[in-house]
Design a protein around this ligand. Structure first.
Ligand SMILES: Cc1ncc(COP(=O)(O)O)c(C=O)c1O
Length: 425
């Protein structure tokens, strides 16, 4: 059989037109529409009743004692730093390979963010690098479960406990995920996460903090949920400060988003099961393609809940040194988009954090990753075409080498995927 010419070289693409429905996110159902309309009709737009109901349901679903809602993941994480006592003179360790909101809030509170390198196979924080970054000033480590993969919680917890460092989990990419059978977000003293519309657990804009520690929960309220302060502090406790929010924040979740969240809780587990079915089917079709590999946690009982912004391993050596930039461009030409090189701008390259590094694994990571399609439905016939497109390009990589000359290596850019760019423009 004659080989089909690659689309990037003028051949016929495998997919002429993308089916947007395969990727459309979040899925808004009638119950969500009715729930948010009810908030508008009842005129409770600034209350907290919906938020509390959402928090109660979320805490149960997560398996933690307390949940507190926020207008964003950024505000939830910043508050979590406050609850752990982060302030001037302290250091917070965070992987450089993540989104800025995992750590920038610590700097707002006056602490120094100290970065560490990641592991090439998992893209997650390297526990040994975390341990090497510890100083007497280290107060907190941020365990980010990046791109839905859980990080190595056994080693991170062991190191943190030995050095008396608190663990804050950033679960923005992995709501409902597991590490060795235990739900992520249930390891550290506190966990916080984004629930914005691009995330797997999506409610529009929003965030959640979860903990089993009542003192952490109370401090979180004290930071920016000013109207709830008298509900968790006695009059005696607040007689001097009154009910002032210590963080000068107003962190109340919008009630329409809370109403959407209550409904999202009812369907999220089914949605992520469908995503998992679709993604694992896709990767089954790609088995045996050298150099293009699934990113999947190695431990039994660990998973990738929701598969937020799917990424996979790309090995340039398997393609004669061909860059992921040209490879992703060639596959995207076959599928009308969906494949982009790299994913995150290493945070230590921003002068905002002062000079740090080098972190060799992190600095190379963007050349070893392709962000690939994030299927929301298991439509096998359509998914087959994406797998066929990857196979077509992988079989003809030599024809791409001339296009690769002079292509700058991917440095993560602004850290936005195709999907995120489209959503935010
Ligand atoms: C890892 C991570 N942490 C935190 C955040 C911040 O969440 P939000 O955008 O809801 O403020 C995001 C993304 O948005 C993220 O990707």
């Amino acid at each position: 059989m004659a080989t089909e010419k690659l689309a990037i070289l003028g051949g016929k693409p495998v997919i002429e037109k993308q089916d947007e429905a395969l990727f459309h996110w979040p899925i808004v159902n009638d119950a969500m529409r009715e729930a948010s309309t009810a908030v508008l009709n009842e005129g409770v737009m600034s209350g907290t009743d919906r938020a509390r109901k959402f928090e109660d349901g979320f805490a149960k679903w997560q398996g933690r004692q307390y949940a507190l809602s926020f207008p964003s993941g950024t505000s939830a994480i910043t508050t979590a730093f406050f609850t752990l006592g982060v302030g001037p003179g302290d250091e917070v360790i965070c992987p450089s390979f993540t989104y800025w909101a995992s750590c920038l809030g610590a700097q707002t509170l006056g602490a120094k963010v100290v970065f560490c390198d990641c592991e090439p196979e998992t893209m997650q924080m390297d526990p040994a690098a975390f341990e090497a970054a510890i100083t007497p000033r280290t107060k907190v480590v941020v365990a980010v479960h990046l791109s839905a993969c859980p990080c190595d919680m056994d080693r991170i917890m062991d190191i943190a406990n030995r050095h008396h460092i608190a663990v804050l989990e950033d679960v923005s990419h992995a709501q409902g995920g597991h590490y060795k059978g235990k739900r992520v977000g249930n390891f550290g003293q506190v966990a916080a996460m984004s629930l914005m519309s691009g995330k797997s657990f999506a409610i529009g804009e929003g965030g959640m903090l979860v903990t089993d520690d009542y003192e952490i929960y109370r401090k979180a309220i004290r930071f920016g949920h000013y109207d709830r302060i008298p509900q968790v502090f006695s009059m005696e406790e607040i007689k001097d400060t009154k009910n002032m929010p210590f963080g000068a924040m107003k962190n109340r979740l919008n009630q329409c988003a809370a109403a959407v969240g209550i409904e999202q809780l009812k369907k999220y587990d089914a949605e992520r099961a469908e995503i998992e079915k679709a993604m694992l089917y896709y990767w089954k079709q790609l088995e045996g393609v050298p150099g293009f590999r699934i990113m999947w946690p190695k431990d039994e009982g660990s998973d990738k809940a929701g598969w937020y912004a799917s990424r996979c391993h790309y090995d340039p050596e398997a393609f004669g040194g061909l860059s992921n930039v040209t490879f992703a461009k060639a596959v995207s030409a076959e599928t009308q988009g969906g494949y982009t090189p790299g994913c995150y701008m290493p945070l230590h390259t921003s002068s905002l954090f002062g000079k740090q590094g080098p972190f060799p694994v992190t600095e190379r990571m963007n050349q070893l990753i392709v962000s690939d399609p994030w299927f929301k439905h298991c439509d096998t016939a359509k998914i087959d075409l994406y797998a066929a497109a990857v196979r077509k390009v992988a079989a003809q990589w030599e024809a791409l080498l001339p296009l690769d000359e002079g292509v700058p290596p991917c440095d993560g850019g602004l850290g936005l995927t195709d999907f995120e760019k489209k959503k935010r423009v």
